[in-house]
Design a protein around this ligand. Structure first.
Ligand SMILES: Cc1cc2nc3c(=O)[nH]c(=O)nc-3n(C[C@H](O)[C@H](O)[C@H](O)COP(=O)(O)OP(=O)(O)OC[C@H]3O[C@@H](n4cnc5c(N)ncnc54)[C@H](O)[C@@H]3O)c2cc1C
Length: 390
């Protein structure tokens, strides 16, 4: 890119994690002149899209999410087609509900049924018969959904960037956006280097979203937490291999989740939402011993063959009060779009990229994103009640 061409972009995408990279891919594929700006090096570990694995699943607590997940599988298939590479690893998924669980099974079962998605409801004995690594009390039930699996996090993000570039997107790393100005009809995106002018800007800045919105005089009640994930080395990794062991979620408070051994000999598991509230700048990178102890205690009783601890790393969750995605124009700023995964967005990334591209280029999308608008009560109320376990 030469300095003379800097000003004229259809869309600037701010942030090149999974969502921004997917938006850049979809925009460039659609023929738009797209510039993606990332403040750090591509593939860095300070956000939410690094490491190996993310869960993809249809089992969700509303029919809207079950349908969205169905569309997400289609979007991954499209990405696989273009990349000529298999990305979704089907393992089957097991949601484990102890009696009286903090996350109730009813809405999950009803939503799958409403959408005609097959699942099995298993008692504890049947779960342990099929997957003997689990040690469950008799009051636990398992919701088994055969399509669930793994999508590759860092690799998938890198791939989206590569394909975006192949379609002509310009992606600049180490280019922090210092401000976004709504000029009414177009936007100016300021960087320490040069300002860029564009028809629309798509903010996919996750934990940094609040900083960019503040520049526009806007605010969303987002909470950033520092979370961590750990790898264990089972004595017998074959017992946890893809095909023999599923992705799983413990649907209680605390909630834990985990994967089969993938891609190499270690087993990934973590707590969902338990970490301290931080900001993208105050966060640390050291594991929290209390969180490690919580996970170790859970594994000792429920998954004792998980084996010896290998290593733990940190990441950031950016949470909306209702844990719902945030997608769409910033109220009062039609040319500024926001895409935020609310700490469960990776599975939807290729789909959300297309949705954001549709919004940026056509002002609408065929996908029902009505629950995720930035003007919904949970985001518009000054002090909304937060409920992150869904
Ligand atoms: C440990 C962990 C486990 C998860 N598990 C799952 C799972 O199993 N399934 C699932 O579906 N989802 C999961 N998620 C959620 C999912 O990974 C995230 O929703 C998704 O990766 C967010 O992508 P993103 O692109 O919005 O954010 P990020 O990857 O954080 O990218 C945002 C980017 O914006 C850049 N940026 C910010 N501000 C600026 C600026 N001013 N200028 C330039 N660049 C800027 C940042 O540097 C960053 O690279 C998990 C998340 C974590 C952290």
């Amino acid at each position: 890119m030469t300095a003379g061409h800097r000003r004229d972009w259809d869309v600037v995408v701010v942030g090149l994690g999974a969502l921004g990279s997917a938006a850049a891919w979809a925009l460039a594929r659609a023929g738009a002149r797209v510039l993606g700006l990332e403040q750090f090096e591509l593939g860095h570990h300070r956000g939410a899209s690094h490491d190996h694995a993310r869960i993809i699943r249809r089992s969700y607590h509303t029919p809207g999410y079950v349908r969205l997940a169905g569309l997400a599988y289609g979007a991954w298939a499209e990405l696989e087609g273009e990349a000529e590479e298999r990305l979704v690893v089907t393992t089957g998924g097991l949601d484990l509900f102890p009696a009286g669980s903090a996350i109730p099974p009813g809405p999950y079962r009803a939503s799958l049924e409403a959408c005609g998605v097959p699942y099995q409801w298993l008692d504890a004995a049947e779960v342990m018969r099929r997957w003997p690594a689990f040690r469950l009390d008799p009051d636990v039930h398992g919701l088994w959904q055969a399509d669930a699996g793994i999508v590759p996090a860092a690799h998938g993000t890198r791939l989206l960037q590569r394909l975006a570039g192949g379609h002509g997107a310009t992606l600049l790393d180490r280019t922090p956006v210092t401000a976004v100005h709504d000029r009414g009809g177009w936007v100016e995106v300021a960087t320490s280097d040069a300002p860029f002018r564009a028809g629309r800007v798509v903010l996919c800045a996750d934990a940094w979203t609040g900083d960019l919105l503040a520049q526009l005089g806007a605010h969303l009640p987002l909470v950033v937490t520092q979370e961590q994930f750990s790898y264990f080395r089972p004595a017998d990794p074959d017992d946890f291999a893809v095909g023999r062991f599923p992705v799983w979620i413990w649907m209680d408070d605390p909630s834990f989740y985990g994967f089969p051994v993938w891609p190499d000999a270690a087993l990934k598991t973590a707590q969902d939402v338990g970490g301290p509230q931080v900001t993208a700048t105050t966060r640390g990178f050291d594991p929290d011993p209390a969180a490690s102890a919580r996970l170790a205690g859970f594994l000792r009783t429920r998954l004792p063959a998980a084996g010896a601890h290998d290593h733990t790393a940190t990441c950031l969750y950016t949470l909306t009060p209702d844990r719902d995605l945030a997608l769409g124009p910033l109220p009062g700023h039609d040319h500024v779009l926001v895409g935020l995964g609310a700490a469960h967005g990776f599975k939807f990334a290729p789909l959300l990229g297309r949705v954001l591209a549709d919004l940026a280029l056509h002002g609408g999308t065929e996908v029902d994103i009505s629950p995720f608008g930035l003007d919904r009560p949970a985001l518009a109320t000054p002090d909304p009640r937060a409920s992150y376990l869904v």
